[in-house]
Structures are given as structure tokens and as C-alpha cells.
Design a protein around this ligand. Structure first.
Ligand SMILES: [Zn+2]
Length: 256
């Protein structure tokens, strides 16, 4: 299976990072895709690609919560790396109005700029959206075309929002620990959505699935996300594994 969104370089893993990655690999999660968040997360992420070249893959982007008045300077660094190294996606990028509404203007500009770069480089985008579906849709509606693909990571919206995303044509829904939460709401949405639109993720160290909710998440727990999805879709685990892996490899086509 492929964990399409995991922050393996986070300080939460400083004490046992290699063992944690190895236990995910041993547990069937053979590939882990790392979204970048800011200028400071880049070197730790690159270190892991060097150490686990078959298993760990990097993205490049500036997270909306890291967009502040320095966004133009930070994006220059992001752009330099995008031109220098190979990445499997531009991410994570998007709009977050939960933590800070005052930076909306900066966030919109940074989001649009990074979408443009993804199109030029023919890379998928990994979108983070929180309390900002309308603002995010406004931009993707404008910029979507046959060259744009991506994922709405950690999807936890309603059926109408899921259908809006699927209508773009090149976008998937990233399903993570929220699927296991009581009152997470996805139990009402996912039975209506075909498996071909879904990929799996943990977003570790955040959003641990039940029964680890509230504790540190890790890529191994992708198995719990997959099991819950199998239950909701009424199919076996093997089908979830095969279809979501195929979907992820199609979207992130440089991951081999
Ligand atoms: Zn993330």
C-alpha cells in the first residue's frame, strides 16, 4: 500500500524515525509520500529520500499555514528546489482559514503561483483545505484544465464537495484517519463514491485513526484506514489495497 501523505521528517519521530519507517514497510506500507510544509522541513525530507530511496518520495511546496508576509521570499526557495531536484508532486499547497484568516490574500497568491508551477512541470498538486472549500474551489475552478491533476488530501467534506472535486476530472480524494472517527461524516459520503476516486493516506504524525485517536500517528496505521474503508465499501481489504495503490501510482506517476 502507499501512504500518499505522511510527514516522516517531523520532530515527533526524532526518537525512532528509522524503526517507525521500517515497521510500516514490514506492515505492508511499502511507499510513503512526503509533502513539504516550509523552508525548514526540506533538508530532513531530502535526508529520508537518500536513506530509503525505494520507499520514501518527496514533494515540494509551501503549506498554507506557513504562508505569511515572507511568502514571496519562501516561494523563491521552493522554486529553486523544484528546478533542481525530482519531486513526485507540488505540495502541500492550498488554503487554511481555520488557523489564520488574516493571510487569505497571501495564501491565494501562493496557491495560484504553485498551481502554475505544477502545470509547467506536469506534476500533480496535493491540496490542503480547511474551513475554506469555497475559496479553494474558486481558484481550482479557474485554473483546472486537462493538464492539472491532484488530490484533496485528508478529505472530510460532504457529498456535494466530493462530487465537485470528481468533476474536475484529474483529482482524487485522499482518505485518512477521519474515516475511522465517530461523527467524522465520511460514512455518509464514501458509500456513494466509486473506489476509483480514492487514495489512502495517514497525514502522520497527525490525525491518528481509531483506536489511536489523539495519539501520534504513523504510516503503519494506514492498515486501519484501509480496513475501515473496506467495511464502508463492503469489499475485502485486498480490493482496497489493489485499487487505491493503482490510483496512487497513476496520479503520482514518477513513483516507481
Ligand atoms: Zn499534511
Amino acid at each position: 500500500m502507499i501512504d500518499t501523505h505522511t510527514h516522516l521528517y517531523s520532530k515527533e519521530f526524532d526518537t525512532d524515525r528509522d524503526a517507525m519507517i521500517q515497521s510500516a514497510i514490514n506492515g505492508g506500507v511499502s511507499k510513503m509520500l512526503m509533502p513539504n510544509v516550509d523552508v525548514d522541513s526540506i533538508s530532513g525530507m531530502h535526508d529520508l529520500v537518500k536513506k530509503f530511496p525505494q520507499n520514501c518520495f518527496a514533494m515540494m511546496g509551501l503549506h498554507p499555514c506557513s504562508v505569511n508576509e515572507n511568502w514571496e521570499k519562501d516561494l523563491l526557495t521552493i522554486k529553486e528546489w523544484l528546478n533542481k531536484e525530482k519531486y513526485c508532486a507540488v505540495g502541500e499547497i492550498g488554503i487554511d482559514l481555520y488557523w489564520d484568516e488574516t493571510t487569505l490574500g497571501f495564501q491565494q497568491n501562493a496557491f495560484k503561483t504553485q498551481i502554475k508551477w505544477a502545470k509547467e512541470k506536469k506534476l500533480p498538486i496535493v491540496i490542503h483545505v480547511r474551513d475554506a472549500f469555497n475559496e479553494c474551489f474558486e481558484i481550482v475552478d479557474q485554473m483546472n484544465d486537462e493538464n492539472l491533476t491532484g488530490v484533496f488530501h485528508c478529505f472530510s467534506g460532504n457529498l456535494e464537495q466530493a462530487k465537485h472535486i470528481i468533476k474536475y476530472g484529474g483529482f482524487k480524494l485522499g482518505i485518512g484517519g477521519v474515516v475511522t472517527f465517530k461523527n467524522g461524516g465520511l460514512d455518509k459520503v464514501l458509500p456513494e463514491i466509486d473506489l476509483e476516486h480514492l487514495i489512502l493516506e495517514t497525514d502522520s504524525p497527525y490525525l491518528a485513526p481509531a483506536p489511536h485517536r489523539g495519539k501520534r500517528n504513523e504510516s503503519l496505521y494506514l492498515n486501519l484506514v484501509a480496513s475501515k474503508l473496506a467495511e464502508l465499501k463492503g469489499v475485502d481489504l485486498k480490493t482496497i489495497d489493489e485499487v487505491t495503490t493503482k490510483n496512487a501510482l497513476e496520479l503520482f506517476s514518477t513513483v516507481k
